[in-house]
Design a protein around this ligand. Sequence first.
Ligand SMILES: N[C@@H](CCC(=O)N[C@@H](CS)C(=O)NCC(=O)O)C(=O)O
Length: 206
Amino acid sequence: MLTIWGRISSINVQKVVWAAGEVGQPFERIDIGGKFGGNREPAYLAKNPNGQIPTLEDGETIVWESNSIVRYLAARYGAGWIWEEEPARRAEADRWMDWMISELQPAMTPAFWGLIRKSAGYTDQAVIDASVARAEAKLDILEAHLAGRSYLAGERFGMADITVAPGAHRWLNMPVPLKPWPGIRRWYGLVSARPAAAPALPLPIS
Ligand SMILES: N[C@@H](CCC(=O)N[C@@H](CS)C(=O)NCC(=O)O)C(=O)O
């Protein structure tokens, strides 16, 4: 039985919960972080010195960094399924996973914290507007890639879809004017209908 540490409102936790479901691994998820706290306690810091969520425990194995956890679950339990051995095809998935964490998430975060979490430090409308513009530009890149494709990497569902779709879900539910993005919406509809997405994806953003 896996243990997943982290509140489900985190898109980084959502990736991990969805991945565990796709590879058929039962898990216990423990609510920590945000309003639950607990992520700065010594016992948790011993597992993840960043004091962030998510963290995965699989027996003696502890993994942190959400995308690394998704890759671990895919490689260990999803061979021939969401894990891709062939280097060029795996690089297709890897680049979208890295793009999510280094490009799309940082672009979306100031607007999300300002408009949804109402965090102090993110009340400046200019900061929010700049974040909206950056996120739109990144989503335009995603839209162009998805035109004529069913999935993000290759012709089958995989770990890149699991990693990026929580970001799409978040932005498509933001109280900002949204572009039509037909490719993103079609892809999101396809992947979000997967049973393993149910406990992770179709949640109110918070
Ligand atoms: N790069 C890290 C980022 C982790 C991260 O920023 N986690 C946030 C939630 S999304 C966190 O721990 N926030 C503190 C909290 O929830 O209390 C990952 O992908 O796992």
